[in-house]
Design a protein around this ligand. Sequence first.
Ligand code: FAD
Length: 438
Amino acid sequence: MTEQTMILGAGLAGLSAAYHSGYPVFEMRHRPGGAADSSSEQGFVFDLGIHVLQSREPYFLKLLEVLGVSLVTHRRNGWIYSNGSYSLYPFQVNTSHLPWNLRLQCVLGFLMRERDGQPGNYEEWMVRNFGQGFAENFLIPYARKFWRVAPSEMTYEWTGERVPQPRLVEILKGMFRDQDTNMGTHTTFQYPTAAGAGFGAIAAALASKIEPIAYGHRATFIDPVQRVIHFNGGEIRRTYDHLISTIPLPELFRIIPDAPAPVLRAVHRLAFNSIAIVNLAVDRPQVSDKHWIHFPGGETPVFRMSFPGNFCQGLNPEGTSTLQAEISYDRNDRPDRDDLLRQVRADLVRCGILRGDDRVLFEDVVFQNYGYVIYNHAREEALREIQGYLKRVNISTCGRYGEWKYLWSDQSVLSGKRAAQQILREKSRTPVASENLV
Ligand SMILES: Cc1cc2nc3c(=O)[nH]c(=O)nc-3n(C[C@H](O)[C@H](O)[C@H](O)COP(=O)(O)OP(=O)(O)OC[C@H]3O[C@@H](n4cnc5c(N)ncnc54)[C@H](O)[C@@H]3O)c2cc1C
């Protein structure tokens, strides 16, 4: 058994770590991409939940160019469905479709909002920034639906540009007419154009430059003292000098049973939601020209609906349309597949997106156990405990579920690069790929 540095997981972070170091990658699945992968069945291509790019990271964009990933740019056509009508995103500046009493509640709440002092949690942050009307009618219900925890249990450090913050004049204008603003994320966004590949084209391009990727290798046990890792229940064993792990932290500690009790307790305090992704294809072209729709209300469990065929040509056969609904759930309370399909189809008809006579050509539900990292109040301290221990046993973690951060795909790629380069620096070796780019 030879000792080497190895990477766990061939999602974007693991692929990037390998690309920038040359270290081998071990992946439990039989393909690369992880959460940024796409599937193709009967000519219908679906990503694992809506995936679009709005990267402003010059290095990442240059990397895509070097990898030959071509992109198409779109102007956002994002909507909100609420109170039986559609408004342009973000609704803070597009309330003209709402009943007057709601419009007035929103604007008065905004004017009267308390601005002094620091909010103690995400719920307070919403009320202070937007006022009671917006918060109680839209933001808080949407947050509960999306995160599956009360927003008072969350911090707000992750919000940044993700939650658009309007000015009074924009709110007032929006009470009378739709405004297509540059507010919020993804006002323009990009999507890979490779035929039939979907967002997975990025991971596929990275993977094509990496050798070897050991697919079908599920890490099942780590002895951090002897630095031994088992794959597939001990069928394959390797020693390592350093591990770069991109697998979710709770999964990593499931296979380090001998980690100290305070560390395991800290891992237990990490929270995340899970996402059910309902993929549908129907026999009608362009059922919608929208890119996505948010559903803050209780009329459907769906929090977001998107139309993959509008991101790029060639993701569905001519004369058909694809639709993708996302529903978040608590991992201990996974919805039933058939109930979900029935409900989503009925909701889409009720919201005027599908017609009763649309013929469904394809339907599937994908359950993503790890959806969004929840920034609960315990997170920061738990991560300090966890990372302190991992550093002592020569395990670095990176990526969305390794750093345990709300990272977009470009940030996950950069996270993998940073982790690999840190180890190369410690070993005083030159990065493999990046000298061509930076
Ligand atoms: C619903 C959703 C929507 C998103 N939308 C966007 C978007 O619009 N734009 C955007 O830029 N980003 C988006 N993201 C974020 C983006 O998907 C992530 O930042 C990125 O894919 C994370 O990559 P990663 O490598 O860190 O993690 P992962 O992709 O999770 O990679 C981890 C890998 O480890 C493997 N693994 C797990 N356990 C083991 C084990 N025991 N042994 C071996 N291998 C193992 C997994 O199979 C996986 O391949 C979205 C994410 C989600 C969940």
